[in-house]
Design a protein around this ligand. Structure first.
Ligand SMILES: [Zn+2]
Length: 235
């Protein structure tokens, strides 16, 4: 089995907050990890007093720093506008291109089924949009004709931010490492101790089974009967 993960986020720091501990766990078990970050995160309010170009530079730098701590193979920046992400043909095409290039076995991204609108942060429009675009790109990447490049079939979605989780990953061993990843995004918080406490208290609440965990909705993607299964047979 291939051991490749592609984690796709809307903003720099989404992956670290949602599944940073799990990333360390997979990395340790031999997975190659790639990140794709849709927007530049330039509207993170802690740094809005700086010019836009500088804000983008800072957020890219922080994302690359976190990726280096984890040992990510490559970070793909899709350079979309923060808070203005749109589901376009161009966005889906970029995602398909990355999937066909890195050939992941597992994709981590926001759960497109979570439309609870219970959290103004979690149900952020950019999160909802990237969730659906990633889901559709995985489908399209299996097809030989929809986009250039050989088809690739992803085996699993590990959706983070689920309303109905079906799996809790025990990350107790990796809690300090996860916090180090989040710390790389210095522009997003002033007070290190409060952030660290907030993360620990959140991750200790998901399940009684583990001291700290991250939650997912894991979906196995059935192998296509033929790789061209989304081709329009009427043509
Ligand atoms: Zn986000």
């Amino acid at each position: 089995m291939r051991k490749v993960i592609l984690a796709v986020s809307a903003h720099p720091d989404d992956i670290e907050f949602s599944c940073g501990g799990t990333m360390f766990k997979y990395k340790e078990s031999g997975y190659d990890i790639f990140f794709a970050v849709a927007t530049n995160g330039e509207n993170g309010f802690k740094i809005k007093h700086k010019p836009k170009a500088e804000r983008i530079k800072i957020r890219h730098k922080e994302q690359l720093k976190a990726a280096a701590i984890l040992g990510v193979k490559e970070v793909f920046f899709l350079n979309q506008r923060d808070c203005h992400l749109e589901y376009t043909e161009s966005l889906r095409s970029k995602l398909v291109k990355i999937i066909k290039a890195v050939k992941p076995d597992i994709i981590f991204s926001f759960d497109p089924a979570n439309k609870s609108f219970e959290s103004i942060n979690l149900n952020h429009r950019d999160h909802r949009i990237i969730a659906e675009a990633v889901f559709d790109a995985v489908f399209a990447a299996r097809n030989r004709y929809a986009y250039p490049g050989n088809p690739h079939a992803v085996s699993f979605f590990h959706f983070f931010g689920p309303e109905k989780p079906n799996f809790f990953e025990n990350i107790t061993k990796y809690i300090d490492s996860k916090i180090r990843l989040i710390e790389a995004h210095r522009s997003q918080f002033d007070d290190h101790d409060s952030m660290s406490k907030w993360v620990r208290s959140h991750l200790s609440n998901y399940t009684r089974k583990y001291k700290y965990s991250e939650k997912f909705r894991i979906v196995e993607i059935k192998k296509p009967f033929v790789m061209e299964d989304c081709d329009d047979k009427s043509k």
